[in-house]
Design a protein around this ligand. Structure first.
Ligand code: FES
Length: 359
């Protein structure tokens, strides 16, 4: 952004740096109901697409509902930054879901889709801990990225508990079998098929997870399944600080529109020192403004999608000082224990705050 830019130009320029058209270079049919979409990232924007295993992409899906109006949806990456040159998201058809239906039925090689830079807080901060990954259905997608990355990038062990309707609906079965063969001492998988054993209830999960209390836990799947796993984790004594959950949300706003933001300063402003993409920024922080709005109003390219406290795209870490989140529908205890906050919901409590987006 140049100092002579109008607010509209600044907003458009920020959008240009967050949103990029990527070309689909492969479409892999994983199961009758799911596809993996492989995106090539041009060298000139590689830095915009560095990611942690477990994070997601926000896709702009053109005219998915037949009205010609684009919709935005978040899809986790199944690729690993340690293994795959391309970005891969895996999408499972949701009953009545216009976006997932469009992606499963229409995407072909050569299609260009607009996507936002990777975001999300559902990823291991290091590969030091042994992991327990518990997923159901398409919840395997971020867990697959975490499993591959941990096995290749670390030395710890991974136990995957993977629930599906039946064997045919299990995404990545062949790849998972190959990983077990390649890492027999570090990777174990327990499959659960509803066709054989019914839905996994608390007693069943307790049996599966009983000896796993010393592992760091990552959970992803339908909400009722996740609730059972979270309850079991608490019962068997996995600390909340070591329990991570990923919930899929439907974005209510349009993260692809240009957003103009202005904030009013006053005598009582706090101050904030921000590290963003390796750059240090010092700003006045009006008490009633969110950190995200303060950064956007000053022309900085802070990450966001929903601006509603629902997606964690704007997650950053408070290094010193105190903030208050007006709303938080996405960060869990383990995130809060690490000092994470949502820039789109954070207002200052202390007079001086230091924050980093470079988590
Ligand atoms: S932008 Fe979605 S939680 Fe802040």
């Amino acid at each position: 952004m140049s100092t002579s830019d109008t607010p509209q130009q600044a907003a458009a320029s920020r959008l240009e740096s967050r949103a990029h058209e990527l070309e689909v270079v492969d479409v892999i049919r994983e199961t009758p109901d799911s596809v993996s979409i492989v995106f090539e990232v041009p060298d000139r924007i590689l830095s915009r697409f560095r990611y942690h295993p477990g994070q997601f992409l926000t896709l702009k899906i053109p005219g998915a509902d037949g009205s010609g109006t684009a919709v935005a949806r978040c899809y986790s990456m199944s690729s690993s930054p340690h293994l795959d040159d391309d970005l891969i998201v895996t999408v499972k058809r949701v009953n009545g879901g216009v976006a997932s239906g469009w992606l499963c039925d229409n995407v072909t090689v050569g299609e260009r889709i607009t996507v936002l830079s990777p975001s999300g807080s559902f990823y291991p901060r290091s590969y030091a801990n042994d992991l327990l990954l518990v997923g159901a259905g398409s919840g395997i997608t971020p867990l697959m990225s975490i499993a591959k990355s941990t096995l290749i990038g670390g030395l710890s062990s991974v136990h995957l508990i993977y629930a599906n309707r039946d064997a045919d609906s299990a995404i990545f079965s062949a790849e998972i079998d190959e990983m077990v063969a390649e890492f027999p001492d570090r990777f174990a998988v327990t499959h659960w098929f509803e066709s054989e054993r019914g839905l996994p209830d608390a007693a069943a999960m307790a049996d599966l997870m009983r000896d796993e209390a010393d592992r760091e836990l990552f959970i992803c799947g339908p909400p009722p399944f996740m609730a059972v796993v979270e309850e079991t984790a608490e019962q068997i004594g996995i600390p909340a600080a070591l329990t991570h959950t990923e919930r899929y949300i439907s974005l209510s706003g349009d993260p692809f529109s240009d957003i103009e933001v202005s904030v009013s300063s006053g005598d009582d402003d706090a101050s904030v020192a921000v590290t963003l993409a390796g750059t240090s920024i010092d700003l006045a922080w009006p008490r009633s403004a969110t950190l995200l709005d303060v950064l956007l109003a000053a022309g900085h390219d802070a990450p966001f999608s929903c601006r509603e406290g629902e997606c964690s795209s704007c997650a950053c870490r408070v290094v010193s000082g105190e903030v208050h989140m007006r709303k938080n529908d996405t960060l869990v205890d383990s995130d809060l224990a690490m000092g994470l906050t949502l820039a789109c919901q954070a207002v200052p409590v202390s007079d001086e705050v230091t924050v980093t987006f470079d988590t």
